[in-house]
Design a protein around this ligand. Structure first.
Ligand code: CMC
Length: 443
């Protein structure tokens, strides 16, 4: 990994008004983006922790992988703009880029694609594992369980301090995720699992395992495969978001990487994160008609109403999410290819976006459509059921998770993640034996 850019001599002076003491805190500059104040010695020197719920001002690690400029709406992977990657690369190239830091040569790409392809099949015993789930289980629940179970298959052979062993585990995760995801879907339908085909690309294979049955030939539509590939690229990594931070935190103890990715999947499932694409579609269906939009905008603005416009807003982007721009274009391409002329949900989404972008509340809070706003409409047009939307996000994000996990293990600065707290509970109390406690004590 590129070395820490170290401090340029700049510093922050912190004065403790309680005792008048001053402390110099070094400032470290990265290659771009905001500087960081190095507080590693803060507690030792001042006896204070910092307090930052939701980590809104905290850089948890040093990373060379992904850069976001939220004000400008910029997303770079290893320095390459996301729209250029979505337009000119394919998902396998982006995976290689995230894992190794460079776009592959033709030869490197061929070798990489072949290695991923030959890891797509699941151990046959994993297939039996699915049967333990109820048929109506949410596929994300199945993903958490089955990906976690992979750790039982690849544990003893895996030394996480060996780069080669780490890379094999990484390839396995990237390769097997679509097979697990589509098997979860097939299981819910009661259809036989479809095995991967080595003559198909990653995205074609996903569509094949999702929609083929053993009864008749299935031909993958190249426009839909390209759209799927682009969607995978758009979701491949996104800096230190909740699920990635979860993977890093779980992995920081030296835990099995398959179990760490299962933890990432659990974090992704929430509606504030990867679950938003499913929530957008449910919301559009609930709105139902353009005439109801003002009522929902009003609800979203009401402080006493928990309702939020799903697919709007982002912790980092205070401008249009660059992924949403590509997603909107892809959405039109997919609907054209499928001959869907008037998709009421798309009309509704576009009208909602227009109204929200002109509304003072959304303008002032800089709430723009995010990547999830249009993805659900594309998935639906492709025939992918709503409950599978977040699963697709997990399939795509796996490469980001494993790239960040590898980077963390290699980082000489890496320590077990162990945040502290501002304790607000009772201070030490005298213990009262049961027979002496009053009748009012709470359960
Ligand atoms: N609808 C209405 N109001 C909103 C929304 C929204 N979608 N998002 C934020 N706000 C308001 C929020 O109420 C708050 O108002 P105030 O300052 O008056 O209290 C202000 O905007 C700032 O919001 P926040 O919750 O403090 O911001 P955050 O950075 O903690 O939350 C978010 C970011 C993505 C969780 C949030 O915008 C949200 O819940 N959006 C809807 C869910 C969604 O689309 N999530 C997908 C994110 S993109 C995919 C991914 O990376 O996972």
């Amino acid at each position: 990994m590129a070395s820490n850019k170290e401090n340029s001599g700049a510093s922050f002076t912190l004065t403790d008004n309680r005792n008048g003491k001053s402390y110099e805190l070094p400032v470290i500059s990265g290659s771009t983006g905001p500087d960081v104040i190095d507080i590693r010695k803060l507690y030792a020197e001042t006896g204070c922790f910092t307090y930052d719920p939701g980590f809104t001002s905290t850089g948890s690690c040093q990373s060379d992988i992904t850069f976001i400029d939220g004000d400008e709406g910029v997303l770079l992977h290893r320095g390459y703009a996301i729209d250029k990657l979505a337009e000119h690369s394919d998902f396998m190239e982006v995976c290689y880029l995230l894992l190794y830091g460079e776009l592959p040569t033709a030869e490197q790409k061929e070798k990489f694609v072949s290695s991923i392809t030959y890891h797509t099949m699941l151990h046959e015993q994993i297939n039996y594992f699915f049967r333990g789930f109820r048929r109506d289980s949410h596929p994300m629940a199945v993903m958490v369980g089955v990906v976690g179970a992979l750790s039982a298959f690849y544990h003893d052979s895996l030394d996480i301090n060996d780069p080669q062993a780490r890379m094999i585990a990484s390839y396995r995760m990237i390769a097997k995720m679509p097979t697990i995801a589509t098997s979860a879907y097939k299981y819910s339908l009661g259809q036989p699992f479809i095995y991967p085909r080595n003559d198909l690309t990653f995205s074609e294979n996903f569509l094949h395992m999702m929609f083929a049955t053993p009864c008749e030939p299935y031909k993958v539509n190249p426009v839909l495969a390209r759209a799927m590939d682009r969607i995978l690229i758009l979701h491949a990594d996104h800096e230190q978001n909740a699920s990635t931070s979860t993977v890093r935190l779980a992995g920081s103890s030296g835990a099995n990487p398959f179990a760490c990715i299962a933890a990432g999947i659990a974090s992704l499932w929430g509606p504030a994160h990867g679950g938003a694409n499913e929530a957008v579609l449910n919301m559009l269906e609930e709105i139902g008609d353009k005439k109801n939009i003002p009522e929902f905008i009003k609800k979203a603005k009401d402080k006493d109403d928990p309702f939020r416009l799903m697919g709007f807003g982002h912790r980092v982007y205070k401008n249009y999410d660059p992924r949403a721009t590509v997603m909107q274009k892809t959405c039109h391409e997919v609907l054209d290819e499928l001959g869907i002329k008037n998709e009421p949900l798309l009309d509704l989404a576009m009208e909602l976006e227009k109204i929200a972008l002109e509304d003072d509340y959304f303008v002032q809070k800089k709430l723009y459509p995010n990547v999830d706003f249009y993805s659900g409409i594309i998935f639906r047009a492709m025939g992918i059921p709503t409950t599978m939307f977040t699963v697709l996000f997990a399939v795509a994000r796996t490469v980001g998770w494993v790239a960040q996990w590898n980077e963390m293990i290699e980082d000489p600065m890496q320590k077990i993640g162990r945040p502290r707290q501002l304790y607000t509970g009772e201070t030490q109390r005298r213990y009262i034996p049961l027979h002496k406690r009053g009748s009012k004590s709470q359960g």
